[in-house]
Design a protein around this ligand. Structure first.
Ligand code: TYD
Length: 142
């Protein structure tokens, strides 16, 4: 049984578990495994070599990112330090709380990034300027 996330405030890997079967494996994301209610799901695919995605932070949205296929890196920044997580298994996800700058990069060919989030698509929830982000963090406004 996969462990339920016990920490809403910190970036961390969540093991989703794998239901093994001679017909193939199956993994599940549901609200017993992640610390938010799922409001929206999207996926990113056909990323050209060398491209990056998702260089932004959210004011309120929480999310889980999973490499459904292939692999990529998710670089997270808290305003002071960067940490890079390499995602390459569809039975685990990276939980990212609001107020975290994150960028997805180094996509292997044919990778698919699945993102489940806690909010509907809300353009004004985004902070897309890194300097603005670091200033808001310094001032404790996000
Ligand atoms: P964008 O947020 O720029 O992608 P990235 O994750 O790389 O930062 O989104 C790309 C486009 O898709 C942009 O025009 C907004 C649109 N979009 C939606 O319409 N709904 C969504 O849920 C998301 C995530 C994006």
């Amino acid at each position: 049984m996969a462990k339920k996330a016990d920490n809403r405030d910190n970036v961390h890997i969540i093991e989703l578990g794998k239901i093994r079967d001679k017909r193939g494996n199956l993994s599940v994301i549901d609200e017993s495994k992640i610390p938010f209610k799922i409001e929206r799901t999207y996926w990113i695919y056909d990323v050209p070599g060398g491209e990056h995605r998702g260089a932004h932070a959210y004011r309120s949205s929480l999310e889980l990112i999973t490499a459904l296929s292939g692999s990529f890196d998710v670089a997270v920044h808290d305003g002071t330090h960067e940490e890079v997580f390499h995602l390459d298994r569809c039975s685990r996800g990276l939980y990212i709380p609001s107020g975290t700058w994150r960028q997805m990069r180094n996509f292997a060919t044919n990778s698919i990034a699945l993102v489940v989030t806690s909010t509907p698509y809300t353009p004004h929830d985004y902070i897309r300027d890194f300097q603005e982000y670091t200033m808001l963090k310094k001032e404790g406004r996000i």
